[in-house]
Design a protein around this ligand. Structure first.
Ligand SMILES: Cc1cc2nc3c(=O)[nH]c(=O)nc-3n(C[C@H](O)[C@H](O)[C@H](O)COP(=O)(O)OP(=O)(O)OC[C@H]3O[C@@H](n4cnc5c(N)ncnc54)[C@H](O)[C@@H]3O)c2cc1C
Length: 505
């Protein structure tokens, strides 16, 4: 039987795989995308888009329920089934757009290549041949180049059986029949804190959040994690810091959760649903990697070089992008890598792959955005820095929105150059604020490069402008008048202590 042959085979239709495929048609290549489950991967279903839709809906509900805006809504009630329906509509909308594009490019022309989508489980037969198993029906296709973009799945916990009904992970959120009365979320990373925000926004669930350490999102600076903790607690979330999950006992009418705290005491709480959110692991099982002699790293990821090629593969026609690559598990990283591989293969690369300006958005209340280095990273890399923080409480637009909880925090190098190293923003439009600083980081910009930019009024981005002015003692509102709202500090490797900088008059 003759095998279909493609220029490029992409395994996985998530952000990494789909972006690679769509870029390859620009180079007039024939591409086959293989997908075992949901089109769009975790970028759409049980992941980025569905969780963000739920966050947006919950935010609207939370604002509608608030009492500080001159109105008081009565009888507000959110029906989980209807919320679910809206989330599925959003996911379907995106999947249909993806499908429409695949159909549009089903045949190649003089100006573009072609794309096709095959459903089924892909595994390597050899370095150019993939077998696709669709419910037992097998088909083999060949490709000059192959990209592994198979993403990641929720990590399991030893001895905790995920039934996706009462004990669920992020793949099971859409299985819930109603808002649970009581829920515990195990894991206080971004996904755990996002779901804690979403369910507490609806105010129909008593939400417990289990934080093994002293701080939620522990990789961020303490001021950022404290801000997030306070926001969650203000929203009604009960955070169990320094608590380990010992076991979950399934009772007929509830789950009995046993928590062991670091100080030695234990606590048993009753909930209706437990959400396990303890990280994600790469999808590399049953992919036939042994047939092409590809080994994984100690952490279980694929070892890729700077061209995203599998390092230990001699002929180098196999590449990896997205969550399997061991880089930050972000939609934008997957897209960046997927497109980069194709540009490296078929085009002229305009820039090396640069991860330094990848932003992370955290959908809490309020949202938090992060790009570049934080103080912890500077300290661990012995980089002298100055850090300015400016509260949204002083920003007119935030005041007008009645949403002044939040801040802008910018870090610059303390070496005479004032290079922009990183930023954290919390509050409304944090995701938009971060992009200008991300650009400066990628351009190796300095305070001098950025300060000429005038921000419009009234905008949340005036916080960025004011924060930058703080470094030079030129802000309109002064730290001396608002010590709780404006801060300027510095750190040097030898000093080992932070000190407040003297603010110029
Ligand atoms: C709840 C949640 C919220 C998130 N929110 C955000 C966010 O706000 N911002 C952000 O940047 N990132 C977010 N992420 C992360 C983001 O979704 C992932 O980083 C991104 O989807 C990774 O893309 P990918 O293409 O590598 O893999 P995926 O999106 O996981 O896609 C991989 C695809 O490969 C398929 N596949 C696997 N094995 C095979 C096989 N053998 N054969 C055929 N197909 C196969 C899978 O079915 C899947 O569809 C979130 C993730 C989750 C779970």
């Amino acid at each position: 039987m003759s095998q279909e042959k493609y220029d490029l085979i992409v395994i996985g239709s998530g952000p990494a795989g789909y972006s690679a495929a769509t870029r390859a048609i620009d180079f007039k290549k024939s591409v086959c995308i293989i997908e075992a489950n949901h089109l769009g991967g975790a970028g759409i279903m049980n992941g980025a888009l569905t969780s963000k839709t739920m966050w947006e809906l919950s935010k609207d509900f939370n604002i509608a329920s608030s009492v500080n805006r001159g109105y008081r809504a009565s009888g507000l009630f959110a029906d989980y089934k209807q919320v679910q329906k809206t989330i599925i509509q959003a996911a379907k909308q995106k999947q249909l757009q993806m499908l429409s594009q695949i159909e549009t490019f089903s045949e190649s022309t003089d100006t573009h290549g072609s794309m096709c989508l095959k459903y089924g489980w892909a595994n390597f037969v050899d370095s150019h041949t993939i077998e696709i198993d669709k419910n037992g029906t097998k088909e083999r296709i060949t490709g000059d180049n192959i990209i592994i973009a198979t993403g990641a799945r929720p990590r399991k916990m030893p001895d905790i059986e995920i039934d996706q009904e009462r004990i669920i992970d992020s793949d099971g959120i859409m299985n819930l029949k109603e808002f649970p009365e009581r829920m515990i979320i195990i894991g206080s990373g971004i996904i755990g804190c996002e779901y804690a925000t979403i369910f507490s926004n609806y105010n129909q669930t008593e939400v417990h959040l289990l934080d093994r350490q002293h701080k939620v999102i522990p990789y961020e600076d303490d001021d950022v994690s404290d801000f997030v903790s306070k926001g969650l607690e203000k929203n009604g979330v009960i955070i169990h810091h320094t608590a380990n999950l010992r076991t979950i006992r399934k009772r007929s009418d509830c789950l009995e959760v046993v928590l062991d705290y670091q100080d030695g005491h234990s606590k048993v709480i009753e909930v209706d649903v437990a959400v396990v959110a303890v990280g994600r692991i790469p999808n590399l099982d049953n992919l036939g990697l042994e047939n092409v002699n590809i080994k994984t790293t100690e952490r279980g990821y694929l070892d890729i070089n700077e061209a995203c090629a599998i390092d230990n593969f001699k002929s180098c026609n196999i590449f990896a992008a997205g969550d399997v690559s061991g880089h930050a598990q972000l939609y934008s990283v997957g897209e960046l890598q997927g497109r980069f591989i194709v540009e490296a293969l078929y085009g002229n690369l305009e820039f090396p792959l640069d991860y330094s300006n990848m932003s992370t958005l955290m959908f809490f209340k309020p949202a938090v955005a992060a790009v570049g280095l934080n103080e912890k990273a500077c300290k661990s890399q012995n980089i002298p820095y100055k850090v300015a923080t400016y509260s949204n409480s002083l920003i007119n637009r935030a005041i007008a929105m009645r949403a002044s909880d939040g801040f802008v925090k910018i870090i610059v190098s303390d070496d005479g150059e004032n290079r922009i190293l990183g930023m954290r923003a919390a509050g409304p439009q944090a995701s938009t604020l971060i992009t200008s600083i991300a650009y400066q980081i990628s351009q190796k910009g300095t305070l001098k490069d950025i300060r000429k930019n005038v921000h419009p009024h009234p905008s949340i981005s005036e916080g960025v402008q004011e924060c930058l002015r703080v470094f030079e003692g030129k802000s309109i509102y002064k730290p001396q008048a608002f010590p709780d709202f404006i801060k300027l500090e510095s750190w040097k490797p030898d000093s080992k202590v932070e000190k407040s900088l003297k603010v110029k008059k």
